[in-house]
Design a protein around this ligand. Sequence first.
Ligand SMILES: *Cc1c(COP(=O)(O)O)cnc(C)c1O
Length: 402
Amino acid sequence: MSLYERPVGDALSKRFEAAFMPNYGVPPLALARGEGSKVWDVDGGEYLDLIGGIAVSSLGHAHPALVEAVSRQVATLAHTSNLFLHEPEVLLAERLLDLLAAPGRVFFTNSGTEANEAALKLAVKYGKTNGRTYFVAAENSFHGRTLGALALTGKASIRDQFGPFPVDVRFVPYGDAEALKSAVTEECAAVFMEPTQGEAGVVPPPAGYFKAVREICDANGALLVADEIQSAIGRTGHWFAHQHEGVLPDVLTLAKGLGGGMPIGACIGFGPAGTIFAKGDHGSTFGGNPVSAAAALAVLDTIEKDGLLEHVRTVGAQLADGIAATGHPLLAGVRGRGLWLGVLLTADRSAQVQAAAQGAGFLVNALQPDVVRLAPPLVITSGQVAAFVAALPAILDEAADA
Ligand SMILES: *Cc1c(COP(=O)(O)O)cnc(C)c1O
């Protein structure tokens, strides 16, 4: 069957459209199953998955370690609430602190936006006890869709219609240390920053910027909150993206790749920031539930055991270099680190590239009008990367003509 004939998928799309709120529009494909870095749609079409559920499916699909950990845990104890503790959450918190090599305390959530809500509440409390009244974040940043995280999000198109917000957030251009210096005073409670901006188009900071952010926060007593929801857990070839910069934040937020597809997020406070919340200050019924914690432990174990950080650096370079070497006129460049790349176009044709790639059996993401995002499973093979690189010129030709 041709990839363009999708009777089962088309029928599902119609039912989706009728039953769902219109906030997502109707996605272009109904997926049925996956294995490794491959997925199949409901009509049997096969694709190489180069977006991994938006940097989430770190071990790919149906990885035996994840299947085993989740199956075992759900058959043993699926939920405790925070009225009781359980071993998987303790092991996971200890493991994360171990990887971070800094004394800290962990709070588990179910999603990225909730991790940032926790960080924001913690920063509000810090501010209240110190006479600090406002927050700073970057233009074009993305921190989530709930109202607190949205208040920190610098993208006007998704933010403005939902204001005013209960917190005063001031925005500075990303990467401009002088602008940040002017914006942060002793009345600033916290600076929220992505070590590389994800939704803005996979935009790494200029060299030395994150160090400057750390220094500016220290000079004014503001907390530095690093939003690593998209960038952490091996995505860039290190466990955490801030490790590229040699800077430790006061608060770190995680989610996407941590659970390998199971919903889990974390807000981690280092040093004194770990004990700002007192008993009763915050909570989550599902946060850090045993099944998601077991999944996250399987993700971390597998990354370590299979040497995936090294693998990400190798195949990430192969992917970036291979794309750059095609030298296609629609291609303006590639940016990003590891298996987290923004493919820059010379024209606003990312939607056409996404569609042409899908037609050729590759899933990519039209992130900005002129940026295509690649965030494949960390287990993608060198052969699979080579197959995509080989197919890319024809995909770009088709997108240029479409
Ligand atoms: C995805 C993302 C979020 C929001 O996470 P959700 O799980 O969708 O709530 C926040 N910050 C960054 C940097 C993200 O990439």
